[in-house]
Design a protein around this ligand. Sequence first.
Ligand SMILES: N[C@@H](CCC(=O)N[C@@H](CS)C(=O)NCC(=O)O)C(=O)O
Length: 210
Amino acid sequence: MILHDLPGAPNPTKVRLYLAEKMAKGVTLDLEIRKVNVFKKANRTAEFLAKNPFGTMPVLELDDGRTIFESLPIIEYLEEKYPQGSMWGETAEERGQARTLERVADVRILIPSATYVHATNSPLGWPANPAIAAHALAQLQVAFSWLNRELADGRPFLMGERVTVADCTLQGALQFMRFRELENLAEFENIARWSADYRVREPVKSVLMF
Ligand SMILES: N[C@@H](CCC(=O)N[C@@H](CS)C(=O)NCC(=O)O)C(=O)O
């Protein structure tokens, strides 16, 4: 398998963190990671668009040439292929809750934070858009306020004592926000504490850029 990657970007980072966590649980994955040079528009070539018609990363290319080009389905595919060391949880209830937190981290944090970064200081050079930035920031404030209250109990991971995909998604978002120096989470001290603790864990150090 080949993972087509864009280091530092939120969705690819989510998958890279997932892989790092999975390997730290002792799972061996036969996977090559290939960086896609977006500055040279390598994701807009006919060859790449045949793998993902939308030109986005991450893309998982299977050994038979088929591709999976959405981050969460990539993770779900790998979870099915490598069920040992579940990154969702042991019981149906745990998995349901972990998936809920993952969706919140993605839909209410990762997507608006990526929108905000691109609308203010896009690392890809996309044009600024103050109205879109303001809307995204308002969405983020709501989600961060809720999550900050949830994390007030000092738990090490979103689901408590065990790491899940939800942590990978949240850190993928926060990593990307560092491009905008928006990871000034002073107002959200419990999220800041969670992030600082998560970032220094051995498995994830090699994935996080700065
Ligand atoms: N919903 C998709 C979003 C993928 C996406 O937007 N990827 C971004 C990086 S986070 C990308 O490749 N951007 C480059 C571009 O659009 O040219 C997923 O979860 O994989």
